[in-house]
Write a protein of this length. Structure first.
Length: 210
């Protein structure tokens, strides 16, 4: 069996875990009268659902023996950048921030799923199919999301995270500095993940050549 075939159960199990976690939290928020739009305005929820879809589609592609493609590699790359970023930002900046997230859901969406997506990325690396320039693609979704959060927040007063809120950051200058630092960190992360994928592919070829 190929590594991709061996990873089919892995992908499906973690897809189920992620879906259950986000779905349960969604049910609780609906019960408490929380806004559906606000729920899906959290980057964590969006990224976890995308990761679930990527895992399921990846498993189906393997079962159907679909060959890899640059488009699919880009989709996986965007997902892993977003999920690892979710894990890093939460565990370094947001551990003390509330939000009503159920503890076991919190562990899954902020800790378990980011690690699971990273492992999948390293076990099934894209190798050199993605050029280094593709690292910039990993910035697109978070930047667009940030613009959406700032504009929507200015209109309705709801900010999903404190670094978007000018009242918390001492004005939009503080927000700009905070987001600038986050985007820089995101860029470093994106290129590091590309580098890790290339290194993993190289090591895999070296082992198979022995």
């Amino acid at each position: 069996m190929t590594r991709a075939q061996l990873m089919v159960p892995y992908r499906l199990v973690f897809a189920a875990i992620g879906l259950v976690a986000v779905g349960y939290q969604f049910g609780v928020t609906l019960t408490n009268g929380y806004s559906v739009v606000n729920f899906f305005s959290y980057f964590t929820n969006i990224s976890n659902l995308v990761a679930v879809v990527v895992f399921v589609v990846g498993a189906v592609r393997t079962l159907r023996k679909r060959p890899g493609s640059r488009t699919w590699d880009v989709v996986r790359f965007v997902s892993v950048v977003d999920m690892v970023f979710v894990g890093l930002v939460f565990n370094t900046l947001l551990t003390g921030v509330g939000g009503g997230v159920i503890p076991w859901v919190n562990v899954i969406v902020h800790m378990l799923m980011p690690v699971a997506v990273l492992v999948e990325w390293l076990v099934l690396p894209v190798g050199r199919r993605l050029p280094w320039a593709a690292g910039t693609i990993g910035l697109i979704v978070p930047v667009v999301y940030s613009v959406y959060s700032l504009v929507r927040g200015a209109v309705i007063g709801f900010y999903p995270y404190p670094f978007f809120d000018p009242a918390v950051q001492g004005g939009y200058g503080g927000v700009a500095l905070y987001l600038g630092a986050l985007i820089l960190a995101l860029a470093v992360l994106a290129f590091a993940l590309l580098g890790l994928a290339r290194l993993s592919a190289r090591l895999g070829k070296a082992r198979s050549g022995r």
